[in-house]
Design a protein around this ligand. Structure first.
Ligand code: ZN
Length: 358
């Protein structure tokens, strides 16, 4: 039986029924947004293990909507294959968060109900929801055309033209970095804190209970080599925390904030916010990113789906194929890919549990 579900509601109901069957504490936080069917959109949280534990592993999925169908599968497999039969160590608890962006997952979008990329929405302290990378306004008309997508468009030629004109490095430091100025555009970080941000601000501390030490694994897909993963850590390689993480995790797969490692510097990341919000705890955050297709194919899919969302008609073919392609680039249908990432995803969770216990 596959752990991958075809849609958000199936994923949510399977996950919730396993959590309930295993007797774990479960809470649901509803998002106020339009649902595609007559069912609420919720962020669901399971609290596993000793509620008085001092060491906690957080395993979260679906910050980027549609990617939640991958993260959910890993969480479900971990529950069914391991946590159903094996006791957690006595001083370890797990906070499992299912689908941080239920709207995006339900509608096959990466963005949330306000078109927000949630991994750009977690600004801290005195940061403000304004501004954008210098080249973004010039790229807006290419990135966010105000028309439905078309298969006839010469996307590749246009992209290569832009790469020639601006250079790959400028594009990498412009597109995915996060912008706070174009609310219909790609990689929009929001004008204010999102609903997901507020729910985490209100409850994450309580879910962590008495934890002194937290290891957080946030599951993502869509960047990197097919079927393999990288771990993005919010630290530099000379940090003692890097050494600690490298004891159990493959250090070659840990990407740090060192200039040589950094793919691009984003604002408002969830990981940075988690670490900044709990300065009294030892809080390690790893964003696990599983690769699928080339960056250009993923960008093309994001751009088409965003056009269909804002300017297309749901009954139109271009709306349907753009949603389907978005799902494919983040959660490929390939059984081989699914087997590979599921195994590695579950292994990462088990490694994390061992490491946090050590
Ligand atoms: Zn992601």
């Amino acid at each position: 039986m596959s752990y991958f579900s075809p849609d958000y509601f199936t994923a949510r109901s399977r996950w919730r029924s396993v959590v309930s069957r295993l007797g774990y504490r479960l809470e649901s936080h509803e998002i106020d947004a339009v649902s595609p069917i007559n069912e609420p959109l919720t962020i669901d949280v399971a609290l596993l293990g000793n509620p008085l534990a001092h060491k906690t592993m957080v395993i979260s999925s679906g910050l980027h909507g549609v990617e939640g169908l991958f993260g959910s599968a890993v969480q479900l497999a971990l529950l069914e294959q391991h946590l159903a039969n094996e006791q957690l160590p006595s001083d370890v608890a797990i906070v499992m968060i299912h689908t941080l962006n239920p709207f995006g997952c339900a509608w096959y979008r990466r963005w949330n109900e306000d078109n927000i990329d949630l991994n750009r929405n977690f600004l801290v302290a005195d940061e403000i929801y304004q501004g954008c990378p210098p080249a973004y306004p010039q790229l807006d008309s290419f990135l966010n055309p105000q028309s439905p997508p078309s298969k006839l468009e010469p996307f590749l030629a246009k992209s290569l033209g832009l790469i020639g004109r601006y250079g790959m490095s400028t594009l990498k430091n412009t597109l995915p970095v996060g912008q706070y100025q174009f609310p219909h555009g790609l990689f929009f970080g929001g004008n204010a804190r999102s609903q997901t941000n507020k729910i985490l601000t209100a409850h994450l501390r309580r879910w962590l209970g008495l934890a002194q030490q937290v290891l957080h694994l946030d599951l993502h897909s869509g960047l990197g080599k097919w079927g393999t993963y990288q771990l993005f850590a919010e630290l530099t390689s000379d940090s003692p925390r890097h050494q600690w993480l490298s004891q159990y995790f493959d250090h070659e797969r840990i990407l740090t904030l060192d200039p040589g490692d950094l793919v691009y510097q984003s604002r408002g990341t969830f990981g940075h916010w988690c670490q900044a919000s709990f300065p009294d705890l030892t809080y390690d955050f790893l964003l696990a990113e599983f690769g699928t297709y080339s960056m250009l194919r993923v960008l093309k899919a994001l751009r088409n789906e965003n056009r269909a969302h804002w300017w297309g008609q749901p009954e139109h073919k271009s709306y349907q194929w753009s949603k389907q392609e978005l799902l494919e680039v983040f959660v490929p249908q390939s059984q081989k890919w699914r087997r590979m990432v599921l195994q590695q995803g579950v292994d990462l969770c088990l490694t994390g549990i061992k490491l946090v216990e050590s």
